[in-house]
Each structure stands twice: as C-alpha cells, then as structure tokens.
Design a protein around this ligand. Structure first.
Ligand SMILES: Cc1cc2nc3c(=O)[nH]c(=O)nc-3n(C[C@H](O)[C@H](O)[C@H](O)COP(=O)(O)O)c2cc1C
Length: 163
C-alpha cells in the first residue's frame, strides 16, 4: 500500500481478532512513532508497549472510552516529558503509530490521554516519572470491523489564499 492510500484509508478500529501481533511488528510500528517530527527535534517521548492482558484490562476500565483496549493484543502508551511542545510532539508520534499499524494491515485506535482525569493514574501505573505526561493510548490488533465514519468534503475545508 502506498503512503497516500494508507493515509486516506486509515480509520480507528475498535474491534479485533483474538490473534497476537508479532513483537517485531510492534517494534516497527513504535519505530515509526520514534521518527515523528518534534519541536527542535527534542523527541520527548517514551513508548510503553503493553501486551499483558491484566494491565490492558485495567487500562480499559480506567479510561472512559477505551473498553476495547482489553480486547486488543497490544496497547502502546505514548508518554512525553512535559516540555513546551510535548502535546504536539506526542500527537505527531501517535498519528505515525496509527498509520504504521494501518500499513502493516492492522487496526488501531487513539484513546485520549492528555487532559483526562485518569492520565496521572495511568502514568503512575506504568511506572513513568512524574514529569512525564500521558499523551495517548493506542490499541492495536488485527481488525474485525471496517468502520467508515463520515468525513467533511475537501470542498468544505480547503480554502485558497484566504479563510
Ligand atoms: C485526541 C483524540 C482522542 C481520542 N480519544 C478517543 C477515545 O478515548 N476513545 C475512542 O474510541 N476514540 C478516540 N479517538 C478517536 C476518534 O474518535 C476518531 O479519530 C474519530 O471518531 C474519527 O474516526 P477515524 O479515526 O476512524 O477517522 C480520539 C482521537 C483523537 C484525535
């Protein structure tokens, strides 16, 4: 699949087959997160790949819209050192991970971290230092659904030269 097709066909997947994702694929997906753009190339991130079913179950109950984390074979937590642009940087890495999962034929979903009341509890649960922020959790697995949420047409969102 070429990059444009990958970008245009990525959708959040919240239902997965009961099938593990090989470790080298997880590593490659996280590697794509590692290579994301970041302000002054500070690369504030640490990625925690969680495959343990008990931990994923806990994450699924702590989050308010992440129940499916329990069913995904892997969940990647994006944690960033809380510098000026930690959120933009962490979001860039998160999007790279979503796209890398798609490129590997997998499904993934972004689950909110930053600004959520549960973020500090998850940070602590994963053993991250207090100066790190949970930017996102990303569930990843073999997709068992093909959602197609409505998208605004290009004609509505693209303006030329002025707003
Ligand atoms: C910052 C952010 C937080 C999100 N948090 C959640 C979440 O907690 N649970 C969830 O199911 N989806 C979450 N999503 C996914 C969105 O619901 C999804 O991207 C949106 O509905 C558009 O669907 P698509 O990604 O399939 O195009 C989040 C997305 C973003 C960008």
């Amino acid at each position: 699949m070429d990059a444009i097709e990958c970008l245009k066909t990525r959708r959040c997947i919240r239902s997965y087959e009961d099938k593990p994702v090989p470790r080298e694929i997880i590593e490659d997906i996280v590697d794509c997160g590692r290579l994301a753009a970041s302000a002054i190339n500070i690369q504030p991130w640490v990625f925690v790949a969680i495959t343990d079913a008990g931990v994923r179950k806990k994450l699924s109950t702590i989050t308010n819209h992440g129940a499916f984390i329990a069913d995904a074979p892997v969940c990647v937590a994006v944690l960033c050192l809380a510098d000026t642009y930690y959120l933009e940087d962490g979001c860039a890495a998160t999007q790279n991970i979503l796209l890398a999962a798609r490129a590997h034929g997998l499904g993934a979903c972004w689950v909110a971290g930053d600004k959520k009341d549960y973020a500090p509890a998850i940070r602590e649960m994963l053993g991250a230092p207090a100066d790190y922020k949970l930017v996102s959790l990303i569930s990843i697995g073999h997709p068992s659904q093909t959602p197609s949420p409505a998208k605004k047409p290009l004609s509505e969102v693209l303006r030329w030269e002025r707003f």
